[in-house]
Design a protein around this ligand. Structure first.
Ligand code: GDP
Length: 463
């Protein structure tokens, strides 16, 4: 890709706002923008780079707005190309008119993520840094912001590069050792090679382990709430959503549309699946919703099983407890939430936890909000590795990154096994080279065009 055309797009949300920002990138950025925006003091092309210049926007020879232009010269810009950022008043029509003028002046409308894609292709950032921009845009809690910033600063890329360099070094040693075993050309024998590979495998294991935390703070944990009618599921849900701003997203399911709501509990994002049914419980014919609980739990990883602490266990609770045993055997994490702690209690924690395998149990009052800090602590302890520093440790945040590291680890382990079995250099070397290829997917050194497409497709226009 040569990127020899000039693109433009509105980079701020469409709607009424104080200002809108329109970005232009490409070899003709200054010339194109200069036809639409006239700074007071000199033509736009003659502006000193990175200087905010006041001026007027024109359409058909008439002033339609006034605002600010900043000119950036390649390679010192976000994309690495010549760029102009125009700030106009944030009306929908005025912003749209200015964009139209830019298109008439020779720019092409940018595709989603095309500015960031240009930055990536022109070496301004690597793939994990591009993904970190998306992390920052999507961040729902402070930890996600810190991880996004660290990843943009290159902490993850740096860690991957160190491991990459170490493997490259080992590949060289492998060939030297195996090709000239008697000539003592290197100080590395199989034991030394193995210990260096074990060290790399430890580092990759640690990176993989960081994904549990990274995923919990960014993408979030698919979660569901179950329990018999009137146990307080919907009160719990409202409490979880009410503590922070609720974000409701429609998700096109395979068989029907489900609603997913996002709750931020401490630094963990809970993606509450299938909560629509919970809210409808009062009107629903099938009030217990056991079958609904089963289907919701299928896609969930964390289950909040709600029990009414003010009444003894009954047959409906028993059904839930039987399901809990199945879910826990299937590897799901389950927290027993004994609700209505404000009423006289007829249920002990032991009554519930002795009947099935829970990861934790606690009492709350969804009505009063008691116990929710403890619930947040419990959820954190299940998903957040407290020894990780969000701002300075390399943390994996996406399935794509995880699979690249997992693939590399697999090859490193295979190289260790090959060494132990006394295999030849080409076999060990091949494994290591494949491990390098896998790691290269993470920062984009070795990645297919389809993968790059899929990453940038998820960006919005103007980003
Ligand atoms: P669901 O059917 O499981 O969704 O239960 P709801 O959330 O609709 O609650 C059922 C009833 O229990 C409602 O009257 C709630 O006001 C009440 N309730 C829920 N949580 C509490 C609680 O913590 N304490 C008390 N005293 N009542 C609660």
């Amino acid at each position: 890709m040569f990127f020899d055309d000039t693109i433009a797009a509105i980079s701020t949300p469409i709607g009424k706002a104080a200002i809108s920002v329109i970005r232009i990138s490409g070899p003709d950025a200054a010339a194109v923008a200069g036809q639409v925006f006239k700074p007071l003091k000199c033509p736009l092309e003659n502006l000193p780079p990175r200087y905010a210049a006041y001026g007027k926007f024109y359409a058909g020879g008439k002033i339609i707005d006034d605002g600010i232009a900043v000119l950036y010269r390649a390679p010192s810009s976000f994309t690495g190309q010549d760029m102009v950022e125009l700030s106009c008043h944030g009306g929908m029509l005025v912003t749209q008119c200015i964009l139209e003028q830019l298109l008439l002046a020779g720019a092409r409308l940018a595709e989603p993520g095309e500015f960031t894609r240009r930055a990536y292709c022109l070496g301004k950032l690597d793939l994990s840094q591009a993904e970190a921009i998306a992390l920052t845009l999507e961040a729902k809690n402070r930890a996600a912001l810190a991880v996004g910033a660290a990843q943009r600063e290159g902490i993850l890329s740096g860690k991957i590069k160190d491991i990459f360099d170490e493997i490259t070094d080992i590949v060289a040693s492998v060939y030297v050792y195996f090709d000239f075993p008697d000539e003592d050309l290197s100080d590395v024998g199989p034991d030394e090679l193995k210990s260096r590979l074990l060290d790399i495998s430890d580092k990759l294991h640690a990176l993989l382990a960081s994904y549990t935390t990274g995923r919990a703070v960014t993408e979030g944990i698919p979660t569901t709430i179950c329990g018999k009618p009137n146990s307080g599921k919907s009160s719990l849900l409202n409490r979880l959503l009410g503590t922070e701003r609720a974000i409701v997203t429609d998700i096109a399911g395979t068989t029907r549309d489900t609603i997913e709501e996002t709750a931020v509990v401490g630094n963990v994002t809970l993606r509450l699946c299938d909560t629509a049914g919970i809210r409808e419980t009062d009107d629903a014919v099938e009030k217990i919703g056991i079958s609904r609980a089963i289907s919701a739990a299928q896609s969930a990883e964390l289950i909040l099983a709600v029990f009414d602490g003010s009444v003894p266990l009954d047959g409906d609770d028993e059904k839930i407890l039987t399901l809990v045993s199945e879910w826990s055997a299937a590897g799901k994490k389950i927290i027993a939430v004994i609700n209505k702690a404000d009423l006289p209690q007829k249920l002990t924690e032991g009554d519930v936890t002795s009947r099935a395998d829970f990861d934790a149990a606690l009492r709350v009052s969804a009505a009063l909000g008691d116990g929710f800090d403890k619930l947040a602590d419990i959820i954190s302890s299940l998903y957040i590795d407290g020894s990780l520093d969000f701002g300075s440790d390399a943390i994996l945040t996406g399935a794509r990154q995880y699979s690249a590291v997992e693939g590399a680890l697999h090859r490193i382990e295979s190289a260790i096994a090959a060494l132990e079995e006394g295999m030849t250099a080409d076999i060990v070397g091949l494994d290591l080279e494949e491990a390098l290829k896998k790691l290269g997917e993470l920062d984009g050194r070795s990645v297919s065009e389809e993968v790059v497409d899929s990453i940038f497709r998820n960006f919005c226009v103007g980003k």
